[in-house]
Design a binder for this molecule. Structure first.
Ligand SMILES: *[C@@H]1O[C@H](CO)[C@@H](O)[C@H](O)[C@H]1NC(C)=O
Length: 228
């Protein structure tokens, strides 16, 4: 009996050591805001949608990483579209970093982790959810929003019904983070509050900051962004 108890304790101790975590946080970038505090690629494509930053298991134990294997073609296509690197890092390096730092803590095989991230991202179109509540990004950046407005637009969406975490740089919305539990269905859960966004006067910028003197092709790209 005693031996059995010790065994049970030992097994649960070992389990808790190997890659356990509490819940998932999905971070989505609003590129024009995110670039206020990050070295965004000068000549890279400009995105006018929320793109994936990463899926981060929270409160993890140490994780063991591995080199990324090649993605199947269709997954690679989706990653390039929805999870591109907007900094100077090439996509492959960005994904490797996200896997090293976060993905490897998920206990999932690489491909499952990347697919889960794409799936959770695909569940809700944040830009559309905000637009329905009149929260839009426009040339001139004239409109300002309160933190409550943005949080509430997302929280009150029937598919989500949980509090997001917002990240701002100098009053510009940079990231929206959504939280999910570990159950197989990955239900939304409340994220912890964050204080990096001011209570009001939040901008959803349209233009990228500190654009250098524009090269013709850069100006072209910028014009190609449809009004939001
Ligand atoms: C989130 O927190 C609120 C209270 O602040 C609670 O009413 C709600 O049920 C929570 N939602 C989830 C999904 O746990």
């Amino acid at each position: 009996m005693k031996v059995l108890m010790i065994l049970v304790i030992l097994v649960s101790f070992l389990q808790s050591c190997v890659g356990s975590f509490d819940y998932y946080m999905l971070s989505e970038i609003w590129p024009p805001g995110y670039c206020h505090n990050n070295p965004c690629r000068r000549h890279g494509p400009k995105f006018s949608k929320f793109i994936i930053h990463g899926l981060w298991p929270q409160n993890t134990t140490p994780c063991e990483t591995s080199k990324l294997e090649e993605f199947p073609r269709d997954t690679l296509g989706k990653l390039e579209k929805d999870w591109p690197s907007i900094t100077h890092k090439p996509n492959g390096l960005f994904w490797q970093n996200e896997w090293d730092k976060h993905g490897s803590c998920s206990m999932l095989p690489q491909i499952d982790y990347f697919k889960l991230t794409l799936d959770l991202y695909g569940r809700a179109d944040i830009k559309e959810i905000l637009r329905k509540e009149g929260i839009v990004s426009q040339i001139g950046d004239v409109k300002r929003y309160t933190k409550y407005q943005i949080e509430n637009a997302i929280k009150s969406h029937p598919n989500i019904d949980a509090k997001p975490q917002l990240i701002c740089y100098q009053g510009n919305l940079a990231e929206v983070r959504l939280c999910f539990d570990k159950s197989p269905g990955h239900k939304y859960k409340n994220c912890s509050t964050s204080y990096t966004c001011p209570l009001d006067n939040i901008k959803l910028p349209y233009l990228y900051p500190k654009l250098p003197v524009m090269e013709p092709e850069e100006a072209e790209l910028l014009r190609a962004i449809p009004p939001l």
